[in-house]
Design a protein around this ligand. Structure first.
Ligand SMILES: CC(C)(COP(=O)(O)OP(=O)(O)OC[C@H]1O[C@@H](n2cnc3c(N)ncnc32)[C@H](O)[C@@H]1OP(=O)(O)O)[C@@H](O)C(=O)NCCC(=O)NCCS
Length: 176
């Protein structure tokens, strides 16, 4: 990876690599069922110890090129997270989640746009994938606006919901 210009600044947001100290705020945000029900791999209620352990590993993941996770700040406050993970062979997976108070202002799209630019720029990825639960139209709208195209719909297990859900999957290839 070329040396990134960090933090990333957008019109209204600052995106900086997460630190272990962000775990408490993430726990607070994921304690809201409306947020966590949309996160297939997240436990609900969240587990404080597991959240701390996950954030404590982010710096290593970043250095190893396994995942790039950004705390998204608005007016100096962390409102959520946007990340690229499952990185291998020039491919990665885009994800994001925000506190409910931040929804509806285009902030998730603004951050995701910056992360996609980072993915195809500094991180030199060639393809991104992403996906959302069938009942998460807002996330589908964000992916479509970013240029992602639908791939398929699959039945997957949602840890937070404790059952199978329909998941729409998408892909985006870097433009040459
Ligand atoms: C999904 C989520 C990231 C959206 O955040 P946000 O800041 O409200 O998103 P934005 O405002 O940037 O964009 C949302 C878009 O979806 C649209 N939208 C919102 N609710 C919608 C709905 N029920 N149906 C259709 N479109 C909807 C908005 O109008 C907007 O589109 P627009 O810019 O064309 O007007 C946020 O709700 C969230 O964090 N949810 C919980 C976690 C989550 O779902 N993560 C993604 C997992 S795939």
């Amino acid at each position: 990876m070329t040396v990134p210009r960090l933090p990333i600044r957008t019109e209204r947001l600052v995106l900086r690599p997460t630190t272990a100290a962000d775990a408490a705020r993430a726990f607070e945000i994921q304690s809201d069922w409306e947020v966590t029900r949309m996160l297939r791999m997240a436990a609900f209620p969240p587990d404080a110890e597991a959240t701390r352990g996950w954030f404590a590993d982010h710096q290593r993941e970043w250095s190893a090129g396994e995942a790039y996770r950004f705390a998204v700040e608005h007016d100096g406050r962390m409102i959520g997270l946007a990340d690229l993970d499952e990185i291998a062979d020039g491919k990665g997976d885009l994800g994001y989640w925000y506190e409910k108070a931040a929804w509806g202002h285009g902030l998730a799209f603004e951050a995701a746009q910056a992360v996609v630019r980072f993915a195809f720029g500094e991180a030199s990825l060639s393809t991104l994938k992403s996906g959302h639960a069938a009942d998460n139209a807002a996330s589908g709208r964000i992916l479509t606006k970013l240029g992602f195209t639908p791939v398929d719909t699959v039945e997957v297990f949602s840890k937070s919901r404790g059952g199978m859900i329909r998941q729409h999957r998408y892909a985006l290839t870097a433009s040459r």
